[in-house]
Design a protein around this ligand. Structure first.
Ligand SMILES: [Fe+2]
Ligand SMILES: [Fe+2]
Length: 163
C-alpha cells in the first residue's frame, strides 16, 4: 500500500499555474528559436530551426484563437484587444506562408525573417504587457481554469502526435 497519490513536491504557497503561464512558456520558446535563427549566421541549422519555429508558432496561435481570444472577445473591456490580436496573427500567418516561395539560402529569406521576427516580437510583447493583464479583470476564476484545462489537453494531444 504505497501512498502513490501523495505528490512529492509541496504546492504550499505556490501560485496556481494558469493558461497564461503556459502561453508565456510558449512565447519564451518562440523567442529562443527566433534568436537562434538570427544568430546562426552561416545558416547551418536554419532549416531545422525554422521548421521548429513554424510549428511552435502555428500551434500557439491555434491555441489562442480556439480557447483564449474567444473568451476575450465576449467581454467589452477586452474585445478590441482580441480583434487586434486576430489581425496580428493573420499578418504573421501571411508572412509565414511566403517563406516557402523563397530559397532559404537567398538573402531575401533573411530579410523576410527579420520582418517576421519584428511582427512576432511585437505581438508577444503586446500580449504580455497589455492583454494577459486583462485576464483577471474580465474572466472569472472558473473560466480561467476551464481554458487552462483545454489548453493543457490540446498540448498533450499535440505532444502525443509528435511522439
Ligand atoms: Fe497571439
Ligand atoms: Fe501568444
Amino acid at each position: 500500500m504505497s501512498p502513490q497519490s501523495k505528490s512529492k513536491s509541496s504546492s504550499k504557497g505556490k501560485k496556481e499555474v494558469t493558461f497564461i503561464d503556459l502561453l508565456k512558456q510558449d512565447h519564451d520558446k518562440v523567442r529562443d528559436l527566433l534568436e537562434q535563427i538570427e544568430e546562426d549566421e552561416e545558416g547551418e541549422n536554419r532549416r531545422e530551426l525554422f521548421a521548429g519555429l513554424q510549428s511552435e508558432v502555428q500551434e500557439h496561435m491555434e491555441l489562442e484563437e480556439k480557447f483564449f481570444y474567444p473568451a476575450l472577445e465576449q467581454n467589452e473591456e477586452s474585445s478590441d484587444k482580441a480583434l487586434e490580436s486576430y489581425e496580428e496573427h493573420h499578418v504573421a500567418k501571411m508572412v509565414l506562408g511566403e517563406f516557402s516561395g523563397v530559397d532559404i539560402e537567398d538573402d531575401r529569406w533573411m530579410a523576410k525573417f527579420k520582418v517576421f521576427q519584428e511582427i512576432v516580437s511585437h505581438h508577444l510583447q503586446e500580449e504580455e504587457k497589455n492583454i494577459f493583464k486583462l485576464v483577471k479583470n474580465v474572466l472569472e476564476p472558473d473560466r480561467i481554469k476551464e481554458i487552462t484545462d483545454q489548453i493543457r489537453q490540446m498540448k498533450s494531444e499535440t505532444e502525443k502526435k509528435a511522439a
